[in-house]
Write a protein that binds this ligand. Structure first.
Ligand code: CA
Length: 232
């Protein structure tokens, strides 16, 4: 068992799921605290040093979505939504409210821990990312100084829009980005909810970076929600 320093808060009113998550975190060596209510979550966050929160949306006192909004007023801590709701709209809304990722119940301990590790890596990376001149995921590498993209060490020709899109993904490795968020970042707030241009841009980028664009290895589709750059 490795010892981790990051303390995790589990917010879940279903005791079976709470016990399952607690057990998984314990096995992985993470210190953790638990609460079954939204109010409990907020008071724990105020009184304890918490590094990451696993948050159920359907809580008995008020909605988990409200917890996300409140926490985001003062903290950038990773929030992974753990929810039985599998509606894509709910996931996208949680992400747009400031959640970092989501897990749909039922999920395995392996899946849970993988998401936690990605979120923690992202947390540690966030401070230093601006200083990074080059980042890679597998054979896909971006050089921010030279504005160049490489695939398996061969230089790729990308359009400025494709390059901007890749920069956005590399700044958020492993994190799911909603379509709404990407459109806003790439085309600006005035672009509204028109996602057709993004789909076209994504298709042309994938033809360049993916061996099989129908089965992408780098930029993965999160159906009905958005996209995620694979984290290895
Ligand atoms: Ca619940």
């Amino acid at each position: 068992m490795e010892n981790r320093n990051e303390k995790i808060l589990i917010v879940e009113d279903d005791s079976q799921i709470r016990n399952f998550i607690s057990y998984s975190l314990k096995q992985a060596g993470f210190p953790y605290l638990t609460t079954g209510t939204a109010q409990g979550a907020l008071s724990t966050l105020v009184s304890e040093q918490i590094d990451l929160m696993l948050l159920d949306l359907g809580l008995p006192d008020f909605d988990g979505m409200e917890v996300i909004k409140k926490v985001r007023e003062w903290s950038e801590m990773p929030i992974i939504v753990v929810s039985a709701r599998d509606q894509d709209k709910e996931k996208a809304a949680a992400l747009d409210s400031g959640a970092d990722d989501y897990l749909t119940k039922p999920f395995s301990a392996t899946e849970l821990l993988a998401r936690i590790r990605v979120a923690i890596r992202h947390l540690h990376r966030a401070g230093g990312i601006k200083q990074q001149t080059s980042l890679a995921v597998g054979g896909l590498r971006i050089d921010f100084d030279k504005h160049l993209v490489y695939l398996d060490d061969a230089e790729l020709h990308t359009t400025p829009m494709e390059y901007n899109l890749l920069v956005l993904f590399f700044r958020n490795i492993g994190k799911v980005l909603t379509t709404k968020y990407i459109v806003k970042e790439i085309y600006g707030a005035g672009y509204g909810t028109d996602t057709q241009a993004l789909r076209t841009l994504m298709a042309s980028l994938r033809r360049k970076i993916e061996k099989n664009p129908a089965k992408p290895r780098y930029i993965l589709t999160e159906i009905g929600v958005g996209y995620r750059l694979a984290d290895e």
